[in-house]
Design a binder for this molecule. Structure first.
Ligand code: ZN
Length: 269
């Protein structure tokens, strides 16, 4: 049973809802809440297919992506058009999977574009999931966001997954740079037993509480996210993330995490 949440409005800033079936199972897990859901495009995916699926749902919002290994300018031209048409609400990059640092010059034109449209630039950060095990952690370490954040102080940057397991490093980068934010998604996967599920939630609560005792200000720069990817994947949890927010953040802080900050970063004109 999902627990009642104090804030009935939720913006989930990190999902991979690509099909009707995934959309329906997600809805069944978030019943009774007013939702806005951001869907992360993947660089190997057909963007047109994704755009046409998203256009059939009024609460799904797409975040585009750039395949850093192919023609960047050509892709940015398309993305700029989509920003203008309000069909995308940010751009996500995948450094660990595509072997580049967030501080690499190759990223600059994308940061420029996000800055121009005042929309977030999101980095997959921290641990990587790849079937062929070829993704490299060094590129996904949150420390490399720092340099880009200093270079583009007007570009809003989001470190995904709280940089897990580098949460303290993530908070250090966020604390130092006004334009850097994070979200809590992806760390809690489906586990086989209730005990394991309880243990990981409790550990995550402890880890974030530790981070916030060093950096209380960072609490204001955290958003809700699940990384929901469908029931046929291990990333299919919603309720534990809601519980996490309720346990780590005070009541008067929760609205910002569940809703207000994301509303500001993604949807404010
Ligand atoms: Zn994801």
């Amino acid at each position: 049973m999902a627990e009642r949440v104090s804030c009935s409005m939720i913006i989930d800033i990190h999902t991979h809802i690509y099909t009707e079936e995934t959309y329906q199972t997600y809805l069944s897990k978030t019943k009774g809440r007013e939702l806005k859901v951001l869907v992360m495009a993947w660089h190997e995916q057909n963007l047109e297919d994704l755009l046409s699926f998203i256009s059939t749902k009024n609460n799904l919002f797409l975040v585009g992506t750039v395949n850093i290994e192919s023609n960047i300018n050509e892709q940015l031209e398309k993305l700029e058009k989509l920003f203008r048409e309000k069909k995308i609400f940010g751009i996500k990059l995948y450094p660990g999977y595509q072997y580049f640092y967030p501080s690499d010059e190759k990223v600059y034109p994308t940061a420029d574009l996000c800055q121009k449209y005042n929309k977030p630039l999101i980095f997959h950060s921290g641990t990587t999931y790849s079937v062929d095990k070829k993704a490299l952690f060094k590129y996904a370490h949150p420390i490399y966001i720092d340099e880009l954040a200093v270079k583009f102080p007007k570009c809003k940057i989001i470190i995904s997954h709280f940089g897990f397991p580098y949460q303290l490093e993530t908070a250090t980068v966020i604390y130092k740079n006004e334009n850097v934010f994070t979200e809590i998604s992806g760390t809690i996967e489906r586990l086989s037993s209730k005990e394991d599920a309880r243990d990981i939630l409790n550990q995550y609560i402890k880890d974030l509480s530790r981070v916030f005792s060093y950096y209380p200000e960072v609490k204001k720069k955290v958003m809700f996210g699940t990384d929901y990817s469908g029931e046929d994947t291990s990333l299919c949890e919603v309720a534990p993330y809601i519980k996490l927010v309720e346990r780590v953040f005070r009541k008067d802080e929760q609205k910002n995490v569940f809703y207000s900050l994301a509303e500001n970063l993604f949807f404010k004109e």
